[in-house]
Design a protein around this ligand. Structure first.
Ligand code: FMN
Length: 261
């Protein structure tokens, strides 16, 4: 898929310069049909396995004694992108109502913009009590069609629960604290602690309870691109390409249309 090649090339160039990966600006529609946009940190392609030093936005990570990360395994191949969030957040309610979304990813260092319209899936963590997650049968079909084992093969079976666990394990402690805190977007009063802190010591009495609460509220948002509007401002003159998926989403059914910038 040409859009994926261009995005990977852009992410690789940013990584090579050792600068932070910019956030995406992710837009949903609210219950009044109004657009709502916010910055979120895209953590890459579903199934992608990175060594800790190659984590997206790694410069923001804090030394975290909770982390005992497994060594990186082989990456799965997919054209699905994802970010993590709190299942109680407004964006999840909005996506549960209207699963179509769009995000803009502008890479200032490369002078490239990707404007990606997508269908979304809410991956609730296995610990979640929420009814907002995409049904398991749908997720099963999604992974069967769109997540492929690494070329060298693996004995592992792709599992959405493992995917959630992989990204939860990589969360900085302060973000785990967000998931333990009060519901996002609810009005706060003087007594509210907006970011509850997880005790850093694993032996602390309420560590397990809070870790479980954080896991319950953690979710992954998976984005399946339907069209990608790509602008390369580094070219003279700037180039613009529209990549559009066919009805059946197969990689061979994508077509490329050059556009006037
Ligand atoms: C640079 C940056 C990165 C962010 N990354 C995330 C993220 O990965 N996930 C997330 O849920 N919120 C992230 N946020 C916070 C969101 O922008 C937003 O304030 C929050 O998720 C609540 O959004 P909502 O009420 O529209 O659901 C980030 C904010 C900034 C400024």
């Amino acid at each position: 898929m040409e859009w994926k090649l261009r995005l990977k090339e852009t992410l690789g160039a940013v990584e090579a310069k050792k600068i932070s990966t910019p956030p995406i600006y992710f837009a949903t529609l609210d219950e009044h049909g109004l657009p709502q946009v916010r910055a979120v940190q895209c953590v890459g392609f579903v199934g992608e396995r990175r060594s800790p030093e190659r984590e997206t936005g790694s410069e923001q990570r804090v030394e975290d004694p909770l982390e005992h990360l497994d060594p990186p395994q082989a990456s799965w191949e997919s054209a699905l992108l994802c970010f993590s969030t709190d299942i109680r957040s407004a964006k999840c309610r909005e996506l549960a109502r209207t699963r179509l979304a769009q995000f803009c990813w502008w890479f200032p260092s490369e002078q490239r913009q990707f404007r990606i319209a997508c269908e979304t899936y809410i991956i609730a963590s296995p610990e979640s009590n929420s009814h907002i997650g995409t049904p398991t049968s749908e997720l099963e079909a999604l992974s069967q069609c769109f997540v492929h084992p690494p070329a060298k093969g693996t004995s592992e079976r792709f599992s959405w629960d493992n995917e959630c666990g992989y990204h939860f394990d990589r969360l900085p402690n302060i973000i785990r604290g967000w998931h333990v805190g009060p519901p996002p977007s609810a009005p706060c009063d003087d007594n509210t602690v907006p970011f509850d802190q997880l005790p850093l010591s694993r032996t602390s009495a309420d560590h397990d309870l809070k870790l479980r609460q954080a896991q319950q509220n953690f979710a992954l948002i998976v984005m399946k691109p339907k069209s990608v509007d790509f602008v390369d401002m580094a070219q003279q003159p700037p180039t613009r390409l529209l990549f559009e998926s066919g009805e059946d989403d197969r990689s061979s059914s994508w077509r490329t249309i050059p556009l006037n910038p």
